[in-house]
Design a protein around this ligand. Structure first.
Ligand SMILES: [Zn+2]
Length: 362
């Protein structure tokens, strides 16, 4: 993830903190100052937030290390003010494996909760339960409570929470994955509407959580639907046979003209008959704003050309393109360019397939 500060590597997984995290710290300092708290109290609350995020990191590492057992790599973990995000290469599709990976995160928080529960005197003193002010007296107690909530919150059975994946995995033992996703996403959206409704009356924060879950459920259902529609097909089935080309010395303005005058959105940039890069609509528009229109397209192109083989499963190609943020790839066979693949084309392929399937179902 961009705009993030690297803080370390654990078991081959890079850990980053997103810069917006500073806003959270700033907000805590500011709101504590405006409540009239002193320097020492503010310091404790900042240390507390950092400790919570250390627990969030352990949560994400829980997922990542469980995934590693199933040969799924995690590229990095980024901490955002709303929580952590582990960039896994994929999610296991076997229900048993997905269940383990999804549960592993909340399990970490639950273990921290249990350890603190037994380490701390029971019952807690009234002083410890005063959670408005975090200080040495109630620090560990508050950390215990937060970890309990982190485990419970993440187990809400709705995407994008871990609970949504747990629920899908449980359903997938009995039905196919696409249907399981649809059912789980449906329940998630129902819960989301419940949150939004309650939030309107009680706490605006619930509205925010509700919207977050609603959008997450939709995205997950879409993702799985696309995957299932692509299954069993190869790159060749969605191939764009004609690849529009442009010379590396051609001007950016001439590329913009080609964009306007044709349906093409992506071009291969050639130099002496060999592909040197690719150029898409976004790069052209960006270059027009930043560079001179007379500058050569070489200055605007993407140099990291992605090559695919026509026999590669299209599902795999689609995942690779998502992971590397590449909307366009060249397809080669025996060293020759035989066509191209772009994400719009994959989307059209999915639409055609689902329309055909809908007809068959009737
Ligand atoms: Zn999680």
């Amino acid at each position: 993830m961009k705009n993030a500060l690297y803080i370390g590597t654990v078991s081959g997984i890079k850990i980053f903190i997103h810069w917006t995290f500073l806003i959270l710290i700033g907000w805590i300092v500011f709101s504590n100052l405006s409540r009239g708290l002193g320097g020492e109290e503010i310091l404790w609350s900042v240390i507390f937030i950092l400790t919570i995020f250390a627990c969030v990191t352990l949560h994400e590492l829980g997922h990542a290390l469980a995934a590693k057992r199933f040969q799924i790599k995690t590229r990095d973990i980024t901490l955002l003010p709303i929580g952590g995000v582990a960039q896994m290469e994929s999610m296991p599709e076997k229900p048993g494996e997905e269940l383990i990976v999804a549960v592993a995160g909340p399990a970490v928080n639950f273990i921290i909760f249990i350890i603190l529960f037994f380490a701390l005197p029971q019952p807690a003193s009234p002083e410890m339960e005063q959670l408005q002010h975090i200080g040495p007296a109630n620090f560990l107690y508050a950390l215990m409570v937060v970890n309990m909530w982190l485990a419970l919150f993440n187990l809400i059975p709705a995407f994008p929470m871990d609970g949504g994946r747990v629920f899908r995995a449980l359903l997938a033992f009995r039905m196919d994955r696409t249907r399981a996703t649809r059912v789980a996403a449906g329940l998630g959206q129902l819960l989301a509407m419940g949150f939004i409704f309650l939030g309107l009356f009680y706490n605006p924060f619930l509205v925010f959580i509700g919207l977050f879950i609603f959008i997450g459920a939709q995205a997950e259902a879409q993702q799985t639907e696309t995957q299932s529609m692509l299954r069993g097909f190869t790159v060749r089935d969605a191939l764009l046979a004609e690849v529009p080309g442009i010379e590396a010395d051609a001007t950016i303005r001439s590329a913009a003209d080609q964009l306007l005058q044709s349906q093409n959105k992506y071009f291969v940039v050639n130099n002496a008959g060999k592909p040197e890069g690719t150029l898409g609509r976004d790069e052209i528009i960006k270059a027009l704003g930043e560079l001179d229109g007379e500058a050569p397209v070489r200055q605007a192109m993407r140099k990291d050309v992605m090559y695919l083989s026509p026999t590669m499963p299209i599902e795999e190609a689609w995942k690779m393109m998502q992971q590397q943020d590449q909307p366009f790839a060249l397809v080669t066979s025996k060293g020759e360019i035989v066509g191209a693949l772009d994400t719009d084309n994959i989307a059209e392929f999915v639409m055609i397939r689902s329309a055909e399937q809908g007809k068959k179902g009737k």
